[in-house]
Design a protein around this ligand. Sequence first.
Ligand code: ADP
Length: 279
Amino acid sequence: MAILETKDLTYQYGVGTPFQKTAVEQVSISIRQGEFLGVIGHTGSGKSTLIQMLNGLIKPTSGQVLLDGKDIWEEPKKIRAVRFRVGMVFQYPEYQLFEETVLKDVMFGPKNMGLSDTEAEAKAREAAEFTGLKEELLQKSPFELSGGEKRRAAIAGVIAMDPDVLILDEPTAGLDPRGRDVLLAQIAQYHKARNNTVLLVSHSMEDIGRTADRLLVMSGGHDVMLDETKRVFSRGEELEKIGLRVPQITKIMQELRSLGCPVDGATLTVDDALHQLIP
Ligand code: ADP
């Protein structure tokens, strides 16, 4: 069942000015309840504009966003409730930390939703655990944390609001390879435990190939593919035409499969695949 749908969704910046630019054009997609959807595309392909429309942060120039079948702009006064249900982690979210302690920062969202201090703290502690923030960090100032810890604190702040859909815009940007792997694993674990819908925006095919059930490929403001990750990766030539490269590991897996090796899934490592080939 679809939790979020778009119908002919279009967004233009600077309408009526010399800088008018169509960032998203006629996008009609359906996002399933509980899926982990990767959103991939080059810089400027319209990913950020699209997701900002999905949580009602910006209003479409034309077309619709439906949450549980209902147009989110039907009652503009209720748009705040949509933003709580569709939680958004922006790029470099650590720049938005501002409270005295990490705990207060993570509690900010749930308190803003109207929860009591006790309820907000319980949500915040649970969210901090999901993102791997250690207990002793919670009483520190956010400015005392490392870059990776700040990122986790900011993500915890959105998770603490218990969104039905969690959207993360390039959550691993600027992290080292280990930090990236750990964070992706934590997001995957969160998705599995909560069984809610996650949208992960990335320009890294490697990152997205490891975690997403399905992929939405954006190019020039259009939704050019929306399919299971494996099926999108099998369309290597089409992807190359829009400047995207299938991860090396996936290519190796495809080769092995064509040789009759019973490998499956885009998440296997080369080691796993070779073990299957040479037990
Ligand atoms: P992505 O997230 O894939 O990098 P964006 O949604 O940020 O893509 O951008 C899509 C297009 O819209 C790009 O051509 C970009 O230059 C343009 N754009 C984005 N934000 C603005 C803005 N605030 N004003 C004008 N044009 C913008």
